[in-house]
Structures are given as structure tokens and as C-alpha cells.
Write a protein that binds this ligand. Sequence first.
Ligand code: ZN
Ligand code: ZN
Length: 416
Amino acid sequence: MLPCGHAANAAEARGCAHLVVERPPDHYGWFTGVGLAYDLLCGECSKDDDPRSHLIVVCVGCADRVDDYSDLLGWFGQPEIRHRDTEPHGMWTTADCAVEPVNGRCVAALPGGWLVLTEAGLVEIDQAGSRFVAPVSLAVEPPDRLPADPPRPALHTSPDGRYAAVVTDFGRYGVVLDLVTGAPVRSLDRGDYRYRHASYPVAFLESGAGTVVVTATDWNRLDAFDLASGRLLTERETSWSGDGPKPEHYLDYFHGALLTGPSGRWLLDDGWVWSPSGMPVVHDVAAWLGGDVYATEHGRGLSVRDSWDHPMAWVDEHIAAIQPIGRYDQPAVAGVEVYDVVDGRRVGAFAGPAGRMWGHDGLLYVVTVTGLEIWDPEDGARTGVVAGFTPIAHNPRTGRFAELTGGRLRTWTPAS
Ligand SMILES: [Zn+2]
Ligand SMILES: [Zn+2]
């Protein structure tokens, strides 16, 4: 028999006695320092000088009842953060480069170098120097009073380096350019509803036929276009007047930042739903482009979170990582959640990583003020820090990272 009055079982927890009632009061989580485990405390006990003296062992049923019927208002203490750093090995290059990216970060990978969005337009850079590619003219964003993140330009490149998308994150418009001719080939417009609340939904992928751009054409609709022909690949009916019964394929979801998986089969969508809550969703692009035209109306929701537009990355073809740790009803904890996108379930979480993030070769790379941290999602530990290196772009094929600041281009490629 446990102190809560119920039979002992393997998965017991600890909490104060005030929470072992039919309708527990709101509570706090007190990290034990082992992984993400935490003890449960009522508001009074959380203020005590010695909260530990109030803890009793409770059964999993009592702990679940606290989770179900009371809100977790905040955290105390620190979760375990695992560091087992060793010296990172990689290859460096350094070159003078006076090209200045917009916002200090609008740089994207090309097969042989990097593409930079500057005030004058697109510039290609590599170790040998720089070459002006094309001016960029974006549609003027409509004035908007909504107090969301300010609109800002963002740059994406296709895997083969043929195309670039210049878009306005937290804005409505964008453009796709052909980097060979320098000409715009497609205007992007995600519609006039609530576009100020998320990064621009756009991603490139290579299909058997050629390069495809996936982008939102309305708040709740993604489309795919073949860029060589301009052809719409995902013709379907998705509109609904709001009268009568909801159509079978109607989607009540605001698309957000898109991230293509390593093989191009899966697409991670960092969108949101009312109330508002963040809801990362995975789309099966192979099925969608293979004829299941409503596949993106029926994506796989991974979780419901209290916010969105956070760093996310692919660890491998089936595993995605999303910052921070959190649910819609709990304060977030700095760290990473790991999801199996095929099963659509969370397979791990660990505290520590916080910052812009890329995945490569099964590892996560996270930029902090002090450098590039390397995390192993298998055991949730930091395995190294490339000190003083704060990259702004990554080439997913070569693994190379680029930092462009102070008139200097530095790259680092982790040893494989
Ligand atoms: Zn208490
Ligand atoms: Zn119990």
C-alpha cells in the first residue's frame, strides 16, 4: 500500500498530500534532476523552504488525476541536462567576403556555395568570390495592425540550386526565381487571412519530373507546382462557404513553416489551430503527388503545443526534432521533443538545446551565443561545441555550415 492509499505499482510518482484528492488544486512541477522527471506540489507547498518534506509516494492513478484535473502552473528546479562533450572534428574554410545578408541571416545553400539575399538582390558566394545573380522585387506587404512578429524576408533554395524563393515571413507574399536566368518564375500569395501569425509556408523538393515548390495558396491550403512547366500538381476543391455540413476534406488548420525531410517524402508543417495552439503536422508528399490529392488535408498531427514557429529539424528520414518541450496546457521547457513521423508519436524528449537548429547524419546542431552545439538525440546528450562559430546556413547534402559576418565567410563541415 502506498501513502496515497492505493496499491503499489511499478510506475509510481511523488507529490504532496494536498494533491491526493478527488479534484486536485492547480499544481507546480519540481524537477528531480533525473531526466525530465518531476514531483508534484500544490501552490502552498511550492512556497515552502523545504518542499521535499511534503512529498509522499503516490500511485500512477493519483498522478494522472492531478494531470487531468488541475493545471501545471510552473516549474521549479532544473531538469537534467546531459553533457558529454568531446572535441568536435571537422573541416574549416575561411575567405574574405564583403557580401552582407539582409537581417544578417538571409543565406541558403547552393550545391557549390551559398546564395545571399542582399539589399541589392541575390548574390552567389563561394570560396572564390561573389557573383551578382538577380535583383528581387517582392510585392509590398499590406499594412496590418496585428501585433504579431514583424514581417521579415527569408530565403530558401531548391536542392539542385536552380531555384530560390524569397518570401516574407509573417507576411503574405513571396516570389520564386530561376537562378540560371535570374527571372521570377512564380509569384507566391498565401491569401489574406491571418498570414501575420506564422513563417511563410514554402519548401522545395525534387520529384521524378523535376523541381517542385510546395507553398500555401490560402491559410488552410498547400499546393505543389512543377517549376519547369509552372503546372499545378495538386488540383482539388478545398473551399467551403461555411454553410451546410462541413465538406469531408475541409481543413481547419493554418499552415506554417515547412521543412522537407531528407528524402523528400515527408514534409513537416509548423502550423497552428484555434485556440490558438501550435500543431506540428507531417504530410506524406509522396502520396500527395502520387494522386492522393487530399493528403495535405489529412496530415498527421504530432502534438498540440502552446505556441509555434520554433526551431525544428530532421534527424533522419523518419525522425523529426522540435523545440521546445511542451504541451498546450503546460509552460514550455527549453529542450527538444523527438517524433517518429511514421507512427506519429513522440519517442523522446531531453532538456538543453535552445536556438536555431539543423539535423545532419543523425545529430542535431544548435546555434547559441557561444557556438554551435552538437546534440545526440539517441541519448539526449550534448556531445560537443564548436566554440565561437555561429552559422546562419547549412547545406543538408554536404553537411557544411556557413557563417557570414564581419566581411568573412567561414565554413565548417563535420567529419563523418
Ligand atoms: Zn501541498
Ligand atoms: Zn493513489
